[in-house]
Each structure stands twice: as C-alpha cells, then as structure tokens.
Design a protein around this ligand. Structure first.
Ligand SMILES: Nc1ncnc2c1ncn2[C@@H]1O[C@H](COP(=O)(O)OP(=O)(O)O)[C@@H](O)[C@H]1O
Ligand SMILES: [Mg+2]
Length: 225
C-alpha cells in the first residue's frame, strides 16, 4: 500500500440555521507518494472543504482521513495539529504571508514551529533558490509581485520537507503569466524532487498540469479517484 493519504466515506455537513449543507459527500480517494493530482470542479462544489479535511484543518462529520495509515479524524486536536504541521505544506489563494515580515522571516517562522525554534538558514536560502527568489530574501510581501508572493508561500510550504503539499486555488489571484509560472513550479517540484502535490482548482486549464485529475460536483467525486 503506497497511499500516503486516503479518505473513507468522507462527509462534511455544515449547519447554517436550520439548513444542512452537504459540502462533501461520500468521498473515497487515495493519494500515492510522488503523485501530482488535481481536484477540479466548479465554485462551491466542496473542494476547499475537502482540502481542509484532508489536511486535518477540519474534522469530518463522518468518515475518515488516513495520513500514512493514521486515522487523523479520531485522534486528539493536539495530535492532529502536530501531524498537520509536520506532514502537510499548505498553499492558499491569498498567500497568507505575514506582511510585516520578510520572505526569509516568513520561512523561519514556519521552520521554527516544527524544529523547536531552530532555524536552518542555509536550507532557507536553498529553498528560496528553488522557487527562483534567492535575491528576494529580505523583501516583505508588499515589496514583491503577486506571483512572487505565491512563490514565497510555496517556499514556506516546503521548509519542513512535507509529505504532501495541498494547494487551494494557488493561481486564483494571479494573472495568466504568473499562474503559468506557479503551475510549472509545482510541476518541477513534483518531477525533480518527487514532491507529492494535490492542486485544487476550479480552472480546467490549470488542472491539466497534474498527472491525474479528480473531478468533483455537488460535494461528490464524479470521476475515478
Ligand atoms: N464554514 C462554512 N459554513 C457553512 N457553509 C460552508 C462553510 N464553508 C463552506 N460552506 C459551503 O459548503 C459548500 C462547499 O464550499 P467550499 O468547500 O468552499 O467549495 P469550493 O472550494 O469548491 O468553492 C458551499 O455551498 C459553501 O457555501
Ligand atoms: Mg474553494
């Protein structure tokens, strides 16, 4: 069994007033080590909810999520947070960088969280070079283009050598040139480093960068998982 992540009958229901919203329904999927998978579907179909469940940011209503065989849906919040920090690198549409801190400091913070406060400056430089921003270590987010900010966010996702990168609409705030660059950066990380990546997008064109596509509609997977 090569699956580093697996979901089993995953369900998430949000209750808004008296209405139940079935955001994710009966999702069974598996991600293998070294894969580049996209999850694609229209806005509101449950992609972000699924990503939150897969990454241990939210708990399913029913069903399970296994990361390296551990059922993260039943363990304590503290244990789940530890697995999330150590195993998953998140990339978001809005970058979520600390605006008062430089690129280097944003990476340092992510690294400190997993290494008891220790920082490997050499590794940070290497990773910034990997995303093509070795000369932007001391720039703060607002001193960078949107595309560069997303590449810093990808660098940050890499600092703890994650088992898996979960990217939620990483090109959603970017023009086509920067989108292309970010998608090809993800492709390179997958091909050259064997980094396992799940790319979530509503954009059919962007989803083609992945080697395997999972289609979602109305909370359900509608093509093979
Ligand atoms: N925190 C929440 N509370 C209530 N409903 C939510 C919440 N988050 C998402 N939803 C609803 O769940 C459905 C799926 O949303 P989402 O996972 O964000 O889809 P996508 O990422 O594909 O756009 C939508 O109907 C959305 O309105
Ligand atoms: Mg979303």
């Amino acid at each position: 069994m090569n699956k580093i992540l697996r979901t089993e009958n995953l369900e998430k229901v949000y209750r808004v007033g008296k209405i139940d919203i079935h955001a994710v329904q009966g999702v069974n999927l598996g991600i293998e080590k070294g894969e580049f998978v996209s999850i694609v579907g229209p806005s509101g179909c449950g992609k972000s909810t699924l990503l939150h469940l897969m990454g241990g940011m939210a708990k399913p209503t029913t069903g399970r999520v296994f990361i390296e065989g551990i059922d993260i849906s039943t363990i304590s919040d503290v244990k789940r947070a530890k697995i999330r920090r150590e195993k998953i690198g998140f990339v978001f549409q809005r970058f979520n960088l600390f605006s008062a801190l430089s690129s280097q400091q944003n990476l340092e913070i992510a690294m400190q969280i997993c290494r008891n406060g220790n920082v490997d400056h050499q590794r940070i430089k290497e990773i910034m070079a990997l995303v093509g921003l070795e000369n932007k270590l001391h720039h703060k987010p607002l001193e960078l283009s949107m595309g560069e900010q997303q590449r810093v966010a990808i660098a940050r996702a890499l600092v703890n050598d994650p088992l898996l990168i979960l990217a939620d609409e990483p090109t959603g705030n970017l023009d086509s040139e920067n989108s292309y660059r970010v998608l090809y950066l993800l492709k390179d990380l997958n091909r050259n480093l064997g980094q396992t990546i799940v790319l979530i997008t509503h954009n059919q064109e962007a989803s083609k960068i992945a080697d395997r596509k999972i289609k979602m509609k109305d909370g359900m997977v509608i093509s093979p998982s």
